[in-house]
Design a protein around this ligand. Structure first.
Ligand SMILES: O=C(O)CCC(=O)C(=O)O
Ligand SMILES: [Fe+2]
Length: 279
């Protein structure tokens, strides 16, 4: 039967004693409920073909291709190849690939009209040191806001694009770099748990609607300082065969990008949404 262990934190869990290619519905239910409660989980020790990873991912929702076309699997657009081709043909390191996900604490897909429900990674190769992924709870970030900020943010919408104020679009093809803003409540109620979370991403937000530009920028700076709460973080140290899934509706994450660049750190990655709508 599925075994679950918990780190000393509000978030994160490690699941063992299960084979995701041949588990019962009751076993999947334990995985799904643990994930909802803990924001991010690792299912350890899996040996998957790409189709098995996709089939398992589809149990969580609808799998959509990521807008970064150059890092997609050549035949299976739903699969993003993380860490692949990080050296250019002249041997130099492509920092955009090496440092993907490391610039800011962030949530995936805030640029989408329907933000990603989840992101799931399967570890194919892990470096000898470094390369962890860090997670933090957006529920805890919201709960820790001073009352004056909770009141100021209630009902406010944030405008988001891919690349945000810095237009950080290097992973996109030229023709895909123009983004229309989408709007999400900065205090977002999770559709399954009903809990309130701070929905914010310093690398994707353009402004908070209804505020003067300077006021919006100052509030964005302040929120960026308040994303991470002690006691509500989890640092995942990868093992080959790990599947990690995080809930983008209630967690932030960041790649450490500190592993030896001449070593391999390779993952298959999928973006999962609540519906099959493209955008
Ligand atoms: O490679 C990682 O650890 C996470 C990268 C990331 O931010 C993502 O895949 O969304
Ligand atoms: Fe990410």
């Amino acid at each position: 039967m599925v075994d679950v262990s918990y780190p000393d934190s509000e978030i994160g869990a490690v699941i063992t004693s299960v084979d995701v290619t041949r588990m019962s519905d009751a076993e999947f239910d334990v995985i799904y409920q643990t994930w909802l409660e803990r924001n991010v989980i690792c299912v350890r020790g899996q040996s998957l073909a790409i189709e098995q990873f996709l089939a398992y991912s589809r149990r969580f929702g609808f799998v959509h291709p990521h807008p970064s076309k150059s890092t997609r699997h050549p035949e299976i657009p739903e699969i993003t190849m993380l860490g692949f081709n990080k050296h250019r043909s002249d041997g130099t390191l492509d920092e955009v690939i090496y440092r993907r996900g490391a610039e800011n604490w962030h949530t995936d897909g805030a640029y989408d009209a329907e933000p990603f429900k989840a992101t799931q990674l399967y570890a194919l190769a892990i470096p000898s040191r470094g390369g962890d992924t860090l997670f933090a709870s957006m529920y805890a970030a919201y709960a820790a806001l001073p009352e004056r900020l909770k009141q100021r943010l209630e009902g406010r919408l944030g405008a988001f694009t891919y690349g945000g104020r810095r237009h950080a679009t290097a992973l996109l093809n030229e023709e895909d770099r123009d983004w229309q803003p989408v709007f999400h409540p900065v205090v977002r109620t999770h559709s399954e748990t009903g809990r309130k979370a701070l929905y914010f991403d310093p690398g994707k937000i353009l402004r908070i609607e209804g505020l003067e530009a300077a006021e919006s920028d100052a509030l964005i700076e302040e929120l960026a300082e308040r994303m991470i709460q002690p006691g509500a973080q989890w640092r995942h140290q990868w093992q080959k065969g790990d599947i990690v899934i995080w809930d983008n509706r209630c967690s932030y994450h960041r790649a450490a990008a500190d592993y030896p660049p001449d070593e391999e750190r390779l993952h298959w990655r999928v973006s999962i949404k609540e519906t099959d709508r493209a955008n």
